[in-house]
Design a protein around this ligand. Structure first.
Ligand code: ADP
Ligand code: ZN
Ligand code: ZN
Length: 858
């Protein structure tokens, strides 16, 4: 039998299956999805079997056998391999990268050499081939086989002798793949089996071994085995005391396989299903209907903050489990707080596996094994949990579906939402995309099908005949499926009102002589909360690292005349640049609109806000949450717990404080500067701002106490801010759709971002230009007009221009943006163009990275 193997050597040349002979003895073990070690270019590398065949594509006699099989159960299943193939095609990345993304990092094996001593007894008597050394004793003591690296580290002076022994065949060197992480075994002490004998034993242990007596007493007091570490700590005693006691036969010591359960020892209060509200019930019924149906659907659940989406998820999962199928819940990394986890663990207990990036590699691996070994039926996790190795998925939920963190920013640059829809189709599973502020892409896709409730937005697209549908090529439509229903939940649970949002015009504040970052209203309201012993959340909106120019007197910001996105300020050259088209102008000294000199580039830090708070409100207790204070593992949780226990008056932070939090005493939410994300050079800037403001406003008044929101802004008339103030999604979406249609941005077209990088600028520019020219030639030949406006299908090649970060790690960066719509295979053309350029990329070659459907335009 022949195995087709994808080797873990990520490059375009090796991005194809290689044939290997399956050794006879493994014929029954090697399956599709098996992880193997194979000889490749003089090394042994890890690879995945993606198919098995009778015939080889090359001369059979030249085939090498698979060197080793790495797991008894394949870590990947055929459906995941097919999914990886899809990701590789759609997102233009080597298949091995897509496959690697699906398994825990612990299974990313590394080649390792072991050496085995070749000796037989007769020769041993003759002084061991005439060689000797401590290192030989070392190998013997370790059972005859050791890792080469151990030998090298321990006996650096013997390198020559060791090498010679390998050459002469006295040492056999073998290369194999070792996992970075193994199942964790914990040294465990077992209580006495014969308790009576042990009781008696207590009297026999001599007084000088009093410590052993303590250990025995301790173990007699336990029913359950205890980890050695615990025994040693609690008695207290040393491990050798425990061992001596075991040697006397009173207790036993052994190794026990342990899961590194990150939530071990935490009590999750069990909850039972709540009687659903009317709004929840009608949404739930639709989902239940789909779970029961043969032809499942993709729903967009549009529910305002506090409408009780999570309860709907929980009951839908319960139904799914009753049908004997499994469920995946994706939540943004940032909202994987204990609060969120508790809600799932509280309902489904140990059936829940949790996967997120703050777990150690070992913990992740153990959670993943729980899924694969069918000990868990629900996976809750960030983006990559979409690859949870379940066999019969019935339901995939994506909470906060609009979150940009669902897009992976490194290769494979997949979007978990699209992957989820695709995976659900493989399993005939239902998909629920939930959000208070659905992405424009999802909303447009949901309303196109005619089930939408937002007539205005649907009409707008209808009239223009340019629905999101038209932005998808027919192949994509087939692949990613369509959103077939919009499920609205417009009201909060218990009829609680949406919190009133007040806008403060910061230009006005300046005019009135207030130069502080706190408006008088916010200042006064914060004071009131302090007096009443209630809590406040303060959001400092600081997305990205870019700076933009804004006039503090009139709110003017500099926009690109061609692209209608904010220009970015470059301090060195004192210039304003557009990262889309390359337009540049010099930074103004005076505001072009009102002539004020209060024009400057923007950016404030949380630390500064914290200082200001302490100055204005002496004794105020502030918890600051930003990248600086949450790098340590568990710190995120720690801060939120403290805040939940009302040990602080104010929770101050960046985007982290906006999502998923549910604290009953939070009655004030303040947004320090709403505009910072409004002016990022990104066509999604308004959408992101609206989403953020809506999310953070949703943190207030979720329980008995009514809440209030104060938004400080320099653009109180901007539609994103006004719509957020009025909790009016449909007003926002109709404005924004109109704008996107006019400027031909998604969902009215699709984008591919191509970034090229190299140390030498002239070579980089020349390759960038060749690539753009090649693409233009191909699009012209394909007969696709590039005129854009008006025609239904188009493709437009923008650039090359310098990237927003023009130089990184001594490499210059240039980019091309491909904009297209309709039945155009842009990714296919790009692949072909790169193929044609393959030999002309210089030495070392220019690196080309492709981002399909990019989220970050910066
Ligand atoms: P969302 O996720 O839509 O913002 P949540 O699921 O957090 O909303 O629900 C908001 C609050 O309402 C939570 O405290 C939740 O426990 C409560 N809740 C949800 N559904 C019900 C229900 N059917 N009956 C009573 N309380 C509910
Ligand atoms: Zn521009
Ligand atoms: Zn001005």
């Amino acid at each position: 039998m022949i195995a087709k193997v994808i080797v873990d050597v990520p490059s375009r040349q090796t991005d194809r299956p290689f044939d290997y002979e399956v050794p006879q003895e493994w014929a029954g073990w090697i399956e599709i999805g098996s992880r193997v070690g194979v000889p490749f270019g003089g090394r042994v590398v890890q690879g995945f079997v993606i198919s098995l065949a009778e015939w080889a594509d090359v001369d059979r006699s030249k085939l090498k056998p698979i060197a080793e099989l790495l797991d008894h159960t394949p870590p990947l299943s055929p459906d995941l391999i097919e999914l990886a193939q899809w990701i590789s095609d759609k997102y233009c990345c080597p298949l091995t990268i897509a496959l690697q993304a699906m398994i825990p990092a612990a299974l990313k094996g590394k080649a390792e050499t072991t050496v085995t001593l070749v000796e037989d007894e007769t020769e041993e008597q003759h002084g061991l081939f005439g060689i000797e050394g401590e290192w030989i004793d070392y190998i013997r003591r370790n059972g005859g086989t050791v890792r080469m690296t151990h030998l090298q580290e321990r006996f650096p002076g013997d390198a020559g002798a060791i090498k010679a022994a390998i050459r002469d065949g006295q040492l056999l060197a073998r290369v194999s793949i070792r996992d970075r992480m193994a199942v964790r075994k914990v040294l465990t002490v077992f209580p006495p089996v014969d308790r009576e004998a042990a009781q008696e034993g207590l009297t026999q242990i001599p007084a000088r071994a009093a410590k052993q007596r303590d250990v025995l007493k301790y173990m007699l007091g336990r029913e359950e085995p205890a980890p050695m570490q615990l025994v040693v700590e609690e008695v207290p005693a040393t491990a050798s005391t425990v061992r001596s006691l075991a040697a006397k036969g009173f207790i036993t010591i052994g190794e026990v396989e342990h899961d590194r359960d990150p939530y071990a020892g935490r009590d999750f209060t069990r909850t039972s299903p709540l009687p659903l509200t009317e709004g929840q019930q009608s949404v739930y019924n639709k989902i239940e209907g789909s779970l029961d149906a043969a032809d499942p659907r993709v729903f967009l659940l549009h529910g305002v903050t506090g409408s009780g989406k999570t309860e709907v998820y929980l009951q839908a999962i319960q139904h799914c489990l009753q049908l004997g199928r499994q469920a995946i819940v994706l939540v943004p990394e940032i909202s994987l707080t204990p609060q969120m986890v508790e809600r799932f663990k509280g309902r489904f207990g140990n059936a829940v596996a949790v996967l997120h990036s703050r777990l150690s590699n070992g913990e992740r691996y153990d959670e993943w094994r729980k899924i694969r070994e069918r000990r868990a039926q629900v996976a809750v996790g960030a983006r990559s949990a979409v690859f949870a190795p379940f066999e019969r998925i019935g339901l995939i939920i994506i909470d906060e579906e609009h979150e940009s963190s669902y897009k992976q920013e490194e290769s494979p640059k997949y979007h978990a939402r699209d992957v989820a829809v695709r995976r659900a189709r493989q399993h005939h599973a239902t998909v629920v995309l939930g959000s208070a502020t659905p992405s424009l892409e999802s909303f447009a896709a949901a309303t196109r099908t005619g089930t939408g409730t937002d007539a205005r937005a649907a009409d707008l697209q209808e009239q223009e005949g340019l629905g999101a549908e038209n932005a998808l090529s027919s192949a994509d439509k087939r692949e990613s499926g369509r959103i077939s229903g919009l499920l609205p939940m417009p009201d909060r649970v218990g009829g609680r009102p949406m919190p009133p949002v007040r806008l403060v015009d910061m230009r006005e504040e300046l005019r009135e002589g207030n130069r502080s970052m706190f408006s008088r209203l916010l200042h006064e309201q914060l004071q009131q909360r302090l007096d009443r012993g209630e809590q406040s959340v303060l959001l400092l909106n600081r997305r990205g690292y870019s700076t933009f120019v804004m006039c503090r007197s009139c709110g003017y910001t500099a926009l690109c005349p061609h692209c209608d996105i904010s220009l970015t300020y470059h301090q060195k050259s004192r210039a304003l640049r557009c990262h889309y088209c390359g337009h540049a102008e010099s930074a103004p000294a005076k505001c072009p609109s009102c002539e004020s000199e209060h024009i400057r580039f923007f950016g404030t830090g949380t630390q500064r806000v914290e200082e200001e708070l302490s100055k204005l409100f002496p004794g105020i207790r502030v918890i600051r949450m930003d990248v600086d204070t949450t790098t340590e593992k568990g710190s995120h949780e720690k801060w939120l717990t403290l805040f939940g226990e009302r040990k602080a008056d104010v929770l101050l932070g960046t985007q982290m404080v906006a999502k998923g939090l549910d604290f009953p005493y939070v009655t004030l939410v303040g947004v320090i500067a709403a505009d910072t994300s409004l002016h990022l050079p990104d066509f999604r800037a308004a959408e992101k701002t609206f989403q953020l403001l809506t999310q953070v406003a949703g943190r207030a008044g979720r329980h008995e106490l009514p809440g209030e929101v104060i938004v400080q802004t320099y653009n109180p008339e901007h539609y994103a801010i006004v719509a957020a103030q009025q909790h009016d999604y449909s007003d926002f979406i109709s404005h924004e759709l109109e704008h996107r249609r006019f400027m031909a941005y998604p969902p009215f077209c699709r984008l591919v971002l191509v970034t090229l990088s190299h140390e030498q600028l002239p070579l980089l520019i020349s390759v960038g230009e060749k690539l753009a020219a090649q693409l233009r030639e191909m699009t012209a030949a394909a007969g696709v007009s590039d005129s854009g406006n008006g025609s239904r299908a188009f493709i437009d090649i923008l650039g090359p221009v310098a990237s927003p970060i023009p130089r990184m790690k001594d490499r210059y960066r240039f980019q091309c943006m491909i904009k297209y719509r309709g039945n155009v295979d842009a990714v296919g053309m790009l692949k072909q163009a790169m193929h044609l350029l393959a030999g002309k990329l210089g030495q070392p070659p220019v690196l080309i990275s492709v981002d399909v459907d990019p989220q970050m335009i910066l």
